[in-house]
Design a protein around this ligand. Structure first.
Ligand SMILES: [Cu+2]
Length: 232
């Protein structure tokens, strides 16, 4: 999960999130390198006035500062376009289709498995411990029914809303899919390892916006099929 002391992105949990992390870190390396080059030349200009005339008349230097940024832009563009196309690969047959519907203030899920006629539907709400606790205590990261998805297969997510704008987001998937009433927004991910991934509504949607967590449970293939057979 996100921490205050965190300086980088959260650890990626899906293949697509891993690709995005490569783009982010690649661009970061280029940006740091450019900052050092610019600072180096600024330092020379400020502290050594004799070199200024060389900079103004130097043809080779002009070629250098035109060609080098062009090479950087081509590198950044290639890795970005590559990640964009790979992450948006919809020709691949998804193993599971999940429809996520935002409500004030809970999520509901509909899961269709492997193109079959069976669709599982349920609501997923935040767990309130007010019954056991003297205070009105809400457990912000626990829901009554999480969303199970298989590990190693592509999960396609279609997100919509029934009332206001929401957004279905999970930091470790590097996903934030807007839930717009009357529209379906698409995203996909392929989990790498089994485990629990926490997410939340990331669009201010009303008084209890903070009480819309989403918990995604990455299950091994055998466990997932067992869940599907139990639910049917
Ligand atoms: Cu919301």
């Amino acid at each position: 999960m996100l921490e205050w002391s965190q300086t980088s992105l959260p650890e990626p949990a899906s293949v697509q999130a891993f690709n995005l992390q490569i783009v982010y870190e690649g661009c970061l390396v280029v940006a740091v390198f450019i900052s050092f080059v610019v600072l180096f030349f600024m330092r020379m200009v400020v502290f050594n006035t004799a070199t200024c005339s060389v900079y103004l008349e130097c043809g080779r230097l002009e070629v250098f500062w035109s060609v080098l940024p062009f090479i950087f832009l081509v590198c950044i563009c290639s890795i970005s376009v590559f990640a964009l196309y790979v992450n948006d690969e919809t020709n691949e047959d998804p193993l599971v289709d999940v429809v996520v519907v935002g409500h004030q203030w809970y999520w509901s899920y509909q899961v269709g498995v492997d193109g079959g006629p069976e669709v599982f539907k349920w609501d997923s709400r935040i767990v309130s411990r007010s019954v056991d606790s003297p205070m009105d205590f809400q457990d912000y990261w626990t829901v009554d029914r999480p969303l199970p998805v298989p590990v190693g297969g592509v999960t396609r997510v279609l997100v919509t809303s029934e009332d206001v704008l929401h957004s279905w987001g999970a930091p470790r998937l590097h996903l934030k899919i807007d839930a717009i009433p009357g529209r379906l927004t698409r995203g996909l991910f392929e989990l790498k390892l089994p485990g629990v991934i926490k997410g939340m509504c990331v669009e201010l949607c009303g008084a209890y916006h903070s009480m819309m967590p989403t918990i995604i449970e990455g299950l091994g293939e055998a466990d997932f099929w067992q869940w599907a057979s139990r639910s049917s």
